[in-house]
Every structure is written in structure tokens, then in C-alpha cells.
Design a protein around this ligand. Structure first.
Ligand SMILES: Cc1ncc(COP(=O)(O)O)c(C=O)c1O
Length: 375
């Protein structure tokens, strides 16, 4: 049976689907059979130490005031910060929503890049706020000067500034110098949300994490997740790092809904530095190999610093291509307007990527370098 895309990712009744929480509409067996390269998950799964930690926490399933592994203290120590710098959330998606709810009330605006991680903008729309979206430059980098200008030109109505670094869906980083320029160039006191969901996969020396800006007391909120390198996407755990005053402003809007297994799993995963280094290495190797193979096949890709990348389909639009992959048992990324001639592909295991490359070569004929230049 072939299910349509909307059937495969049906929104559960009564739920508010976000970019990451659409529910698979086929049978469990259909889902298990699919090669999942659509949602930038970690196809290696959580390591044994993390599974053991989660399993050991079941005994608290009937409790409210249970020991939580000191998860907030562990996160703070991991970054050289204090517990009052940490807001624990159900995935970093909750951080993005809490920031929106805190700083966009009264119809304020968020300034960000376009395309970028859409849930920030859709949440703004949901709460009757707005987004000022500054298009990426021709080389897919964020137009930081343009974004700074937009923040200053609209300073009375802008509630916060959003930087997804590295960016989803393009996989491109904003170099440290440009992040600093944004932090210093937007109006004083304007909160800047830096979404670092994919920072573990970066190997570009021009990149830096933004925790130092939090240490300096700047109005910076760093969003982090255990969904990607730590492979805990379905457990729903992430956090914000920010100066205590901003954490205090945001806390009332957080649901405080992280479950006991996720907390114990997160604490164990913070200690799993060797396992994470290994996954990072495998993903970067697979990313390099897959992009190189596609280029050799005649299809240009956007250089990526994440566990996904985009490939140009030339004249073909992405939606029918997604269907062709699905018919071959492979789930790939959804359309990301206005980049409708690009396909986003997550990096799975080496075996997943071999199957992806085989399917790609069946769908797309080999092209010469001159055709590629035109595509
Ligand atoms: C850039 C970015 N930020 C945040 C998230 C939210 O992830 P989670 O809520 O699982 O932490 C995602 C998920 O794909 C993402 O791509």
C-alpha cells in the first residue's frame, strides 16, 4: 500500500503538530521499515549507558518529588554556569515557544533569516505576533547586516532576534565574528535567541558556541537539545541557557513537563563524551561521503555543518521527489519554501546513506558538470 505524504505524517487529533512532532500515519511496521532521513534524528539511537540510566528511573514513575539526577545542576556544570542560568524544557522546541510567548506579547515581531527553523515563525503567527524574515544571501549564508538593520529599523516593535546556528534547513553556519556583530549590533537589551541544536556536528573553525555571551551577562538565550547528538528526540528534553533575569522572565511560560526518564537519560548522556565523539565522527564522515558522491553524480549540494544537507534538484521540484523516495522506503525532508528545488536529507547510519545514494541514482540520471552548473 502506498500512503500519501499527508497520510504518512498525519497530525494526531487534538495535537498541535510542530515541524518536529508530526505523527507517522502508517502502521508501526511501515514506520519501522522506513529509512528515516526526514527529521534530522540520530539513527544510531541512545547508547547503553543512557538506556540503563533511563531504565533505572522507572521506579520513580509514580512520584512527583522524585530524585531527578540533579539534571539542572549537571547541565549548569557542563557549561561552567549556575543552575539559575538554566531552564529545563521538553525539547529545545519548547525553548523556542517560551521565548516567543515571553517576548512577543502584544503583537511584537521576531527578526530572523528565511528560510530558517520555521517553528519560531509559526509560533509567532499562532500567538498573533509577526516575523520580519530576512532572505538568506545567494550563497545561503544569513544576511547578518540585513538582519541587524531590520532589528534597529523596527526596534520599537521587535521582541527578539532569532539566529539558528547552524541553520536548518541549509546546514550553514554563522561565523563567530558575525554572531558577535549581531549580539553587539542589535538594540541594547534586545534578547537574541541562538538555536544551537546542531552545534555538535560543526567542524568549521570559524564557528563558536555562544555560551560565553551568556557568561558575559549579555541578553543571549542559547537553545540546546538532547534530540540530536544524544539521540533522545522522543524523550523530549532540551534547555535554555541565559542570564538569570531572562530565565526568570521565561520560567512562568514553561510547562515544567520534562519526565523522569528523560532527566536521568540526559544526565547520563552529558557524561557520554566518548560515545558522542564517535557518533559525531561517523556522521561527519557520512556527510562528506554522501555529498561527494552526489556532486560526482552531477548534483550540487550546499556545504553542511550539521547532520543533514541540501541537494539541488536542478529543474525538478521537491514534492514529487519526496514521493519517489517514499515509494522506495526512504523518508526524506519536506519542502522548505522558497527553496523548492532543493531536497533536505538527514544523515543516518552509513548503511542508510548507501541505500539513499542507490535510490538517488535510480531517480536521478548522472549529469555532466556543465548541466550541473546550469541546475
Ligand atoms: C534548528 C532546530 N531547533 C530546534 C529543534 C527542536 O528540537 P527538539 O524540540 O527536539 O529539541 C529542531 C528540530 O529539528 C531544529 O531543527
Amino acid at each position: 500500500m502506498t500512503l500519501s505524504n499527508s497520510e504518512l505524517f498525519a497530525q494526531a487529533p487534538g495535537t498541535q503538530a510542530t515541524a518536529t512532532t508530526q505523527r507517522f500515519g502508517g502502521s508501526d511496521a511501515d514506520y519501522d521499515r522506513m529509512i528515516k532521513l526526514a527529521s534530522n534524528e540520530n539513527n544510531y539511537g541512545p547508547p547503553k549507558a543512557v538506556m540503563d540510566a533511563m531504565n533505572s528511573a522507572w521506579k520513580y514513575a509514580n512520584r512527583y518529588g522524585y530524585p531527578d539526577g540533579n539534571v539542572v545542576e549537571a547541565i549548569a556544570a557542563h557549561h561552567g554556569l549556575k543552575p539559575e542560568n538554566v531552564l529545563l524544557t521538553a525539547g529545545s522546541g519548547e525553548v523556542l515557544q517560551v521565548v516567543g510567548t515571553t517576548y512577543l506579547q502584544g503583537g511584537k515581531k521576531v527578526v530572523g533569516a528565511d528560510p530558517s527553523y520555521g517553528s519560531v515563525y509559526s509560533h509567532a503567527t499562532n500567538i498573533k505576533a509577526e516575523a520580519i524574515k530576512v532572505p538568506l544571501r545567494k550563497d545561503y549564508t544569513a544576511d547578518i547586516p540585513g538582519m541587524i538593520r531590520a532589528a534597529n529599523d523596527n526596534k520599537a516593535t521587535v521582541g527578539f532576534f532569532y539566529l539558528c546556528n547552524p541553520n536548518n534547513p541549509t546546514g550553514v553556519v554563522v561565523p563567530k565574528e558575525e554572531v558577535d556583530a549581531a549580539v553587539k549590533g542589535i538594540p541594547a537589551g534586545m534578547p537574541i535567541l541562538i538555536d544551537e541544536a546542531y552545534h555538535h556536528f560543526v567542524d568549521d573553525p570559524r564557528y563558536a558556541e555562544s555560551v560565553n555571551s551568556v557568561k558575559e551577562g549579555r541578553p543571549v538565550i542559547v537553545a540546546r537539545t538532547f534530540s540530536k547528538i544524544a539521540a533522545l528526540a522522543a524523550m523530549r528534553i532540551g534547555y535554555a541557557l541565559a542570564p538569570p533575569e531572562l530565565i526568570r522572565q521565561m520560567r512562568p511560560y514553561s510547562a515544567n513537563s520534562v519526565n523522569v526518564l528523560a532527566k536521568w537519560g540526559a544526565v547520563a548522556s552529558l557524561k557520554d563524551t566518548a560515545g558522542q565523539a564517535e557518533v559525531r565522527k561517523k556522521i561527519i564522515e557520512s556527510r562528506t561521503h554522501t555529498q561527494r558522491e552526489l556532486e560526482a553524480h552531477g548534483y550540487s549540494t550546499i556545504p553542511s555543518q550539521t547532520n543533514f544537507f541540501m541537494v539541488s534538484l536542478g529543474e525538478r521540484t521537491v514534492q514529487p521527489v519526496i514521493t519517489e523516495f517514499r515509494d522506495k522506503g526512504i523518508l526524506v525532508g519536506r519542502p522548505f519554501p522558497p527553496m523548492l528545488n532543493h531536497l533536505r536529507v538527514s544523515i543516518g547510519t552509513a548503511d542508510d546513506m548507501d541505500k539513499f545514494l542507490k535510490a538517488f541514482k535510480e531517480i536521478f540520471p548522472k549529469r555532466s558538470a556543465t548541466t550541473m552548473a546550469r541546475g
